[in-house]
Each structure stands twice: as C-alpha cells, then as structure tokens.
Design a protein around this ligand. Structure first.
Ligand SMILES: [Zn+2]
Length: 410
C-alpha cells in the first residue's frame, strides 16, 4: 500500500466549485482534489458538506501584550492611558508571564482554525530581550500545530531610545524572523525607517511597519517606505499594518497611493479591532471609522489582508483570536455584502494574509500545504456572517484541534 494517504477529507464544500469534493493529503501536502478517491487513507474525515478553506493566517498579532486587562482594566479608556499604562505594565513582564498569556492566545487561535501567525516581539531598553526569550521557546513548542513567525519590533522608537538598534540586531541574531517598527513613535521617523531597512538587508529578512496610523496632519510616511522598498530591491518583502490614514484620502489620492503600493508589491493589513476603537477620538459627532480601505486597494492590485493586532489589552479591550469575527467586523465597516466580497474577505485571512508574511504555499490546490480548516458553514457568506464555533483545524496534514458546539435546551 505505497499509495496509502495520510488523510482524506470527503464531502467538502469548496469555494468556487460546485458539488462536494474529496481532498487527498500526503506528507503534509494536498495531493489531489476530486469528487472521490478510491485510495485508502490512514484517517478519513467526513466534512458532511461543510466548507473547507485554507488554514487561517493571522499576519499581525501582539502575543507579548495580549490579555493584560486582568492586570490593568481601563479606567479612562483613552489612547493616552493605553500608551502610558501599557508602557508601565511592560516593566513587570516576565518570561513566564508572557508565555502564560501567549499560550492562551495561541491555543485559542489554533482552535479557531489559525495555522500561521506573525507575532510582533517588543524589543526596547525597558523589556530588552524578555519577549523574545519568552516567545522563541513557544515557536518551537507549537511548531507542529502552528507556524509562528517572530517580528522583532521597536514599539517605542529607535533614534529616541539609545541602545535600541543594537538590541534589535541582537534579537535578529538570536532568531528573530522579521524586523519592524512603529516609525510614528520616533522623533525622526524617516531615520527610523532607514535603520529598519539597513537591518533587513544585513539579516536578509522581511520588513514589517506599523504605519500611517495616527489621525493627525503629519505627512504620510508611505512614500518614504515605498521609496526605500524600491531602492533596496525589497519588493514583496514589506508588510504595513494599520494604514488608517488611507481611509481619509480622496479617491484620486488613494488611487495614486494604491498604484505605488502595487508597483512596489507591498502588502497592507487592516487591523479593525484596534483601529475602530482607537481612531478619531477627537471627533465629537459623525465619528470617522478610520479603517484602511482594503477592498479598494485589493481592486487596484495591492495584496491586502486582515489581522487581529491586539487581544484584550488597553489598545483593544476585545477579542478572542478568531479571525472570522474580525472578517465580520471588516465586512460591516467596509459595507461588503456580496458573495464575491465575502469570498475576498476569506482570502484576506487565508491566502492573502499568508502572502503578506511571505508564505506562498497556501490554497486548496494540489501541491499546496495541507493547512486547512473545516467550518460549520456552507459558504463564505455564512462563515463571515456567523463565525460558526464548530471547527476542525488541520496543520501539515494532521488534525490538531476539533471544536464541537453542544447546545442543550430544557
Ligand atoms: Zn500592531
């Protein structure tokens, strides 16, 4: 029985195909999609008409500052409080504390169907390498269930925090996968961007910025990042989170920015759970939504995706690590109601999100990774509309999690 499959999924509903399908899996890869397979398998799953999509990918998540509300519930609920008190809380982070909170989030994400995450890892003179030392062992411990990318991240600025650049370089040499920063927190944002690209070139790694986030009148930093991306040949290796300022551009300006992004092959992530909560706090009425117009960007050829960002901390006192619920939020905010737009939303938390963080082998096709999730839904619209709780998560062709909703009526 040389051809024995590792896993066979039968009765699957697939987006873009009529009828029910079987998926053959061997050695961690999808090896075929057909109405049925005669070949035997070590394990067979009957999807019973449920929707099978590529495993969810969360391309922007802060594990080290997740679940902080127990330690500090919001008293004012303002952006200033979030900045000040999160900064204070960071002083008390320990490796064990970060690992405990991060593990809870990772378990939750896996149960919801996530098979890959890019987590930001704060590196600065206060925390030094504590976050990295907490998350590197988790990356190994979870490797069979989840691909965890660690983005070494300067949250507090670089030029205004002496010693940060050396720490960032040390973190990269210790095992960071990606380098990034939040240039708007730096007194010299352009220099901050230059330093990040210098490190990226030295370590041959991808770049990840929190960019054009604050709703102030400062000039957009996007043209600077585009210029550096092209100058250094870093096309397809740069991912930008937030980009809320794009929501405030008129159609002509947005078109110009989209063309720059598409030409430089830069990905954009909407982080609606945080942005909707934090943005436009000075608006007294008709409060702006301030979510990156990712559907319009996608229509103009920009790789656009959706991510969680924060879970239950002062910047985002909500969330459970379920990307489908974030999709629901995006669809509501951006007023996406068609079947096609819901299918596009699902791509933004699967294949497009994977592409944004440099993972190319995702999709329901032969030869792609057998990272899949079975959802208790019949269509993309139902998956986004209801975020069904019952899910089966498959990583590298192995079932790693099953959640079954039980309801009792009396
Ligand atoms: Zn973030």
């Amino acid at each position: 029985m040389n051809n024995l499959l590792d896993l066979k999924i039968e009765g699957a509903t697939l987006i873009g195909r009529e009828g029910r399908w079987a998926i053959a899996i061997q050695n961690g890869l999808i090896t075929g999609i057909a109405p049925t397979f005669a070949t035997a398998a070590r394990q067979t799953l009957n999807a019973d008409g449920k929707l099978v999509i590529p495993g969810l990918v969360d391309p922007h998540l802060h594990l080290d500052k997740a679940l902080l509300l127990e330690a500090y519930p919001a008293k004012q609920g303002t952006f200033q409080e979030a900045l000040k008190e999160t900064f204070n809380l960071k002083r008390s982070f320990t490796i064990e504390d970060i690992q405990t909170r991060a593990s809870r989030v990772l378990d939750s994400e896996i149960a919801f169907g996530t098979t890959a995450i890019r987590s930001h890892v704060e590196v600065d003179p206060i925390l030094q390498l504590t976050s990295l030392n907490a998350l590197l062992p988790l990356k190994q411990a979870y490797a069979e269930r989840l691909t965890l990318q660690l983005a070494v991240f300067a949250q507090e600025g670089i030029t205004n925090q002496p010693g940060t650049e050396a720490l960032l370089r040390e973190a990269m040499s210790l095992g960071g996968d990606v380098i990034g920063s939040a240039p708007y927190t730096d007194s010299d944002p352009e220099k901050n961007i230059q330093i990040i690209f210098d490190i990226a070139q030295d370590f041959d790694c991808d770049v990840d910025f929190h960019l054009d986030f604050l709703d102030d009148d400062a000039p957009l930093l996007l043209p600077v990042v585009v210029r550096e991306t092209v100058r250094r040949g870093w096309q397809s290796r740069v991912c930008l989170g937030h980009m809320t300022r794009l929501a405030g551009l008129d159609p002509t300006e947005l078109k110009a920015m989209a063309a720059m992004l598409a030409d430089a092959d830069i990905s954009v992530l909407a982080l609606p759970a945080s942005d909707l909560y934090m943005m436009a706090r000075k608006d007294t009425h008709n409060v702006r939504r301030g979510i990156a117009p990712i559907q319009q960007l996608a229509d103009r050829g920009v790789n656009s995706a959706i991510a969680t960002n924060n879970i239950q901390n002062l910047f985002t006192p909500f969330g459970d690590g379920d990307l489908l619920k974030i999709c629901t939020l995006v669809a509501q905010i951006l007023q996406l109601g068609t079947t096609a737009s819901h299918e596009a939303c699902l791509a933004m938390v699967t294949t497009k999100a994977a592409q944004a963080i440099g993972i190319r082998n995702r999709g329901i096709e032969s030869g792609k990774a057998a990272d899949l999730v079975i959802l208790d839904a019949k269509s993309a619209s139902e998956a986004i509309g209801a975020a069904p709780p019952s899910r089966t998560t498959i990583k590298n062709g192995r079932i790693v999690s099953q959640t079954v909703l039980q309801r009792h009526f009396f």
